[in-house]
Design a protein around this ligand. Sequence first.
Ligand SMILES: [Zn+2]
Length: 255
Amino acid sequence: MKKSQIVCCFIVVSLLCENHFARAADPTHPDQPIVSPAEAISRLKEGNSRFTAGNLQHPHESIDERKYIAANSLENAGTISLGMTGEQAAKRRAEMAKSQHPFAIILSCSDSRVPPEIVFDEGLGDLFIVRVAGNVLNDEGLGSIEYGVDVLGARLIVVLGHQSCGAVDAAMKTVAAKGKAPGHIQSLVTALKPVVDSTPKGDLDTTIKANVKHVVDALRSSTPILKARVDSGDVLVIGGYYGLDTGAVTFLDKN
Ligand SMILES: [Zn+2]
């Protein structure tokens, strides 16, 4: 491919992306359901209650749901039987084809024992999730969260810490020893150090919750996108704590 052709392709792709962003960000977009922060919290609490009680519904994960998504990527979608009336299938297919509308954004730890979709019993298209060890906030994570709010329309952000967080524990021990973690793991220690330093008690659980609060505050004060939306009451940022023992998520103080 000639250089001029490559440049042309890049411009076309850029225009397509810009167009997609502009269209999805349009607040008047009629197919974008509005889920209030209060309703989103209720849905998360209900889902977590199902999880702790062992009454999982696995919403939006059925074989039909996956068929809808697969069908939308195929030119011959109309020939696939979905076990529904033609009208129902067409409606669901059209909904799936348009875009995603997650009702909440979760910033959580990478810990394999705390997968948000499972502990909140949610399914495909429900949650917009950023996962990183210690649920620290970096630029890419912040950009993803802003995308979830500004483009996808989610109005609740939950920073989810958890019991026995190994990342926070490792950061505490590394800072206490005035040491350095191997490789890029040190970047996590660096991100967590301000919270570790400001939590002199040295108690792991206290530091985990202080870290959640620290990230919640950082999101609430983040300019130019989140702060304005939080201050106007349009978006809510709250902290949560997942208990490994119980499976229960406790939502922390809203302040
Ligand atoms: Zn963790």
